[in-house]
Design a protein around this ligand. Structure first.
Ligand code: GAL
Length: 728
């Protein structure tokens, strides 16, 4: 009896397994309709958050993703960063911070979905918009248009990524977490400028993507004419008015900006939690079903990954999780509560379109009432200054200014976007006990010599020479001054003028710094013009041109120049003005300290370092090094670099990014009032202070003791002012 029962139940299990393997396989699907994305046939309201894997460390990923999950996030959105993955043609890298598969698997383990924005153009304030620099030098190439070499390279990389995801079974239809992919990024406005070849490129990109058969939908953001079956989506601070280009596509918001990026010299942008919540509730009440926070965790532009728009190393973005991986309260908690309220409404939201009732001037009710008895209502007050009480159903509801109340049963007000029930946390940067014992190495400015190999009778564009292997390029020339030059006798100095396409220029004459100039986010170009001390005979002019990453946005940004393009002139000579632009120039890529690998333990022992009271202070082009022990607790760490100028910092050989306090002009800040449309000019803080003071040191880059910190300082700073701080 027992035996036959067991045999029978085994048989049932077998039948079930067979059935399930077939049934479960065919039902794993992601589709869409006018209302929403359907996962396994079920419409979903999806809350998504951007976390870019290379902007944190693999050790931080599980915690960030868990915090996103706890905050009510369903989907993690990330770009794929081509230049990180293919540093030279055909040479791929998917390790460490660029271990894309590992990142996606961690998301999967947490039970969340992925929205993979392959691009491969990503914008993102990332160096060169994600494109590898070698791509610019593919013969005949023009980026992001109907151009054969570009399309071939784009298709090759996109295919590579898709195949990699397939091989790891990461698409939802294979049992993985990826429910959606993106091709291109905000191409709509570029297409508008480009005309016919732009249109042809859009069509091609869409067809190419669809042809890769991922099994899940593709989206194109900010692309009004996204060809079927691709879904066009919205990126903005507010997207309630957005409608997709076909009524059988869902209303999706791929970038709801939680703040904005910081650029050197500008205040840090903020966006209040109340306004964030308001924008999301407003989108959902107008039929939206997918919202992504750009960024949910912004992180850090480590190394030289930030782009040439003077983008700071910190990419904190005022995101719900701060740069260091701590909760940014009250934003994180206020949005978590919002997500709970929205999820309570989900059955009604996905079932019907809302009906709109005007409750008064600037007062609206959006009601989702289903035939099966579910009902959800959103009550909105658009007045930016006064609270209003409205009658709805049998109840009365008080609505603060610029707010929306959510009633998941059409009766109970469970959440209002302006009522924050979460405490804000004060973020503290506390110095930890670690005095650095700095050593210094002063790098001599390069100057032309007889055996220079890189020479020409012209001023060369910087990236053409460096291929972005370094931020630095030396432009060196000689100027001969006759003893009968008038300025020698009358004691006046001639004026050297050098025009550069950007981004920073240090002018050295006979080994002495004569001045430094730099551009800014709005205009990277710069002009140095100042009197210089010249002597009779040969003078060495050395211009150190510095790039701060390459542009990531704008029409054909691949053609934008960097460096000293001239003219370079000397005014005040007997002959009048001497044009130096077409005389002999020598070039040297990078700094000596870079060539010697001074940032590494082995490299740093190749030079003689100065110690004790002789350590250089306020001297340009100086390298500093010290060792320190990791503080015991697990609190996140940073370096306070206020006493320094500009350069780069390495910890145990890994770059934590470029440092540059970038002092902010006083008066460029606005008050941070949530009630009203967020704009660029509002809500900027820390005027008169550095744009970026603290530089994140990932914990996992540290050993318990003997950690090597190396600082390259261009301007001249005081290293004794550098301190190690913990973030609590
Ligand atoms: C968007 C773009 C993003 C990012 C953002 C600004 O337009 O799609 O990649 O650059 O602007 O942070």
């Amino acid at each position: 009896m027992m035996e036959s029962l067991m045999r029978r139940s085994k048989f049932h299990v077998l039948v079930f397994m067979l059935f399930c393997s077939w049934f479960c396989y065919v039902t794993a699907s992601v589709t869409y309709d006018h209302k929403a994305i359907l996962v396994d046939g079920k419409r979903r309201i999806l809350i998504s958050g951007s976390i870019h894997y290379p902007r944190s460390t693999p050790q931080m990923w599980p915690d960030l993703i868990q915090k996103a999950k706890d905050g009510g996030i369903d989907v993690i959105q990330t770009y794929v960063f081509w230049n990180g993955h293919e540093p030279s043609p055909g040479n791929y890298y998917f390790e460490d911070r660029f271990d894309l598969v590992k990142f996606i698997k961690i998301v999967q383990q947490a039970g969340l979905y992925v929205n993979l924005r392959i691009g491969p153009y990503v914008c993102a304030e990332w160096n060169f918009g994600g494109f590898p620099v070698w791509l610019k030098y593919v013969p005949g190439i023009a980026f992001r248009t109907d151009n054969g070499p570009f399309k071939a390279a784009m298709q090759k990389f996109t295919t590579k990524i898709v195949n990699m995801m397939k091989a790891e079974k990461l698409f939802q239809t294979q049992g993985g977490p990826i429910i959606m992919s993106q091709i291109e990024n905000e191409y709509g406005p570029v297409e508008w400028e480009t005309g016919a070849p732009g249109k042809a490129y859009t069509k091609w990109a869409a067809q190419m993507a669809v042809g890769l058969n991922t099994g899940v939908p593709w989206i194109m953001c900010k692309q009004e004419d996204a060809p079927d079956p691709l879904i066009d989506t919205c990126n903005a601070y507010y997207c309630e008015k957005f409608t997709p280009n076909k009524n059988y596509k869902p209303k999706m918001w791929t970038e709801n900006w939680t703040g904005w990026y910081t650029d050197y010299g500008s205040p840090v942008p903020r966006r209040p939690a109340e306004d964030m919540a308001f924008s999301v509730a407003r989108f959902i009440q107008n039929g939206g079903s997918f919202v992504n926070y750009y960024m949910y965790h912004g992180g850090t532009n480590f190394g030289r990954t930030s782009s040439g728009l003077f983008i700071a190393t910190s990419y904190e973005y005022d995101a719900p999780i701060d740069e260091y991986g701590l909760l940014n309260e009250p934003k994180w908690g206020h949005l978590r509560d919002l997500h709970k309220a929205i999820k309570q409404c989900e059955p009604a939201l996905v079932s019907v379109d809302p009906t709109l009732t005007l409750l008064g001037k600037g007062l609206e009710a959006h009601v989702f009432k289903t035939s099966f008895g579910a009902c959800a209502a959103f009550l909105a007050n658009y007045d930016t200054t006064s609270s209003r009480t409205v009658k709805f159903g049998n109840g009365q509801y008080n609505l603060p200014p610029w707010s929306i109340s959510i009633l998941p049963d059409c009766k109970t007000d469970v959440y209002n976007t302006a009522r924050v029930g979460v405490k804000s946390w004060e973020k503290k940067m506390t110095p930890v006990n670690s005095a650095f014992n700095w050593l210094s190495y002063n790098e001599q400015p390069a100057s032309s010599s007889g055996d220079d190999s890189l020479t020409g009778y012209a001023l060369w564009e910087q990236v053409n020479v460096t291929r972005d292997s370094s931020d630095y390029l030396w432009y060196m020339t000689d100027v001969n001054i006759d003893s009968n030059e008038g300025f020698i006798k009358n004691g006046q100095s001639p004026v050297l003028t050098a025009m550069s396409a950007g981004h920073v220029l240090h002018v050295f004459v006979n080994g002495q710094l004569s001045g430094t100039v730099y551009g800014g986010l709005k205009n990277p170009k710069l002009t140095f013009s100042d009197s210089v001390k010249l002597r009779v005979g040969n003078n060495k002019i050395s211009l150190l041109s510095v790039s701060i990453g390459l542009s990531n946005v704008g029409s054909h940004f691949e053609t934008w120049n960097v460096g000293v393009l001239g003219p370079v002139t000397l005014k005040g000579l007997n002959e009048g003005t001497r044009d130096l632009s077409r005389q002999k120039w020598s070039y040297k890529v990078g700094l000596k300290g870079e060539a010697l690998n001074l940032h590494t333990t082995s490299g740093s022992s190749s030079v003689q370092w100065t110690q004790g009271s002789l350590v250089a202070k306020k001297q340009p082009l100086t390298w500093y090094k010290a060792t320190f022990n990791a503080p015991a607790s697990n609190d996140p760490l940073a370096l306070d670099m206020t006493s320094m100028g500009k350069g780069e910092v390495w910890i145990n050989g890994q770059s934590i990014g470029r440092h540059w306090p970038g002092y902010i002009a006083r008066g460029s800040c606005g008050s941070c009032n949530y009630a009203g449309y967020y704009t660029d000019t509002k809500c900027r803080t820390n005027c008169g202070e550095p744009s970026q003071r603290w530089y994140h040191i990932p914990r996992s880059w540290l050993n318990p003791s003997g950690n090597l910190v190396v600082v390259l300082e261009e301007f001249g700073g005081d290293p004794t002012g550098i301190s190690l701080v913990k973030r609590t």
